[in-house]
Design a protein around this ligand. Structure first.
Ligand code: NDP
Length: 262
């Protein structure tokens, strides 16, 4: 049997084990998926091998650490330097990113053109370039300026609260972890109260929780969506890697859909 796990600093809320275990079982793939609370990112590689794993997903706050821990990165993961899926092959760690394609698929229903990301961490990094390549006009707004330099280098419009000039965006996305384990908004309320009414819809990448951001968006009568679809699709893409491409996207999606109802 092959063993897979989710590594992260916050893993207790994750639905990934249910999704992957259901797919493994129904597709008769001899594997099992669990969670591991990783307290120190520098121990990622050592822990992976100690636990004799075949692969992992990586979540907050270790996706960049994960990229550094890999011996080989696929071209997309290499470009963005952010990894959420690792496979072991012949003693080497191979890194992939499935968040970008998953987020792109999850927002396709909105028919948006201009997108404001609040947050500039690993998830914003993995989704911004893939959205831009798909024709979206992406702007990044972040609490602090340190993370914005690389976006500016890549020709994204990027600002902190202090330098940002509010305007209308089709989609406003909470790409931060504000609201994940606390009740914080991702940006000052005064700024959100200007921006949200101008938007067509608001999306949060946090899932299974009505975050303060989504509550505020609803109070402005905006359509909202949480991160459940993104989680779902990134799991499907990750499972394609975990099962060595033996099963198609549709086959895995069909089995995981049943689990998502549990
Ligand atoms: P990172 O740790 O890489 O980045 C965190 C970002 O959030 C930074 O931009 C940080 O700003 C900002 N931030 C954190 N707290 C606050 C706050 N209180 N107010 C304002 N900004 C804040 O995290 P990730 O990018 O990896 O993850 C972000 C979110 O995406 C998490 O909630 C995670 O659960 C979710 N996620 C969901 C997925 C899904 O499938 N639905 C998949 C992947 C992630 P600063 O630079 O100023 O510190």
């Amino acid at each position: 049997m092959k063993y897979f796990a989710l590594f992260g600093g916050v893993v207790s809320h994750s639905k990934s084990p249910i999704l992957h275990n259901k797919a493994f079982k129904e597709l008769k793939y001899d594997a099992c998926y669990t969670r591991h609370l990783l307290e120190n990112g520098s121990e990622l590689k050592e822990t992976f091998f100690d636990l004799k794993l075949s692969g992992i997903n990586v979540t907050v706050p270790y996706k960049r650490t994960a990229a550094n821990a890999c011996d080989v990165l696929d071209p997309f993961a290499k470009t963005i330097g952010v990894v959420n899926t690792i496979l072991e092959k012949d003693g080497l760690l191979y890194g992939y990113n499935t968040d970008g394609p998953a987020f792109l698929k999850s927002i396709s229903e909105f028919n948006a053109k201009t997108v404001l990301f609040i947050g500039a961490g690993g998830t914003a990094k993995s989704t911004s370039s893939i959205l831009r390549n798909a024709g979206y006009d992406v702007t990044i707004l972040n609490r602090t300026k340190e993370r914005l330099d690389e976006y500016k280098r890549d020709d994204f419009k990027a600002a902190t609260y202090e330098t940002f000039v509010p305007k209308a965006y089709d989609l406003i996305v909470n790409m931060t972890s504000a609201g994940l384990v606390d009740e914080e908004l991702p940006a000052p309320k005064e700024l959100l109260d200007i921006l949200l009414p101008l938007s067509t819809a608001c999306v949060d990448v946090i899932y299974d929780k009505e975050t303060p951001f989504l509550k505020l968006a609803k109070s402005h009568n905006r359509p909202t969506k949480d991160g459940s679809d993104m989680l779902f699709y990134q799991a499907v893409y990750a499972c394609i890697h975990f099962t060595d491409g033996k099963f198609s996207f549709d086959e895995i999606e069909q089995e995981m859909r049943k689990a998502s109802l549990l």
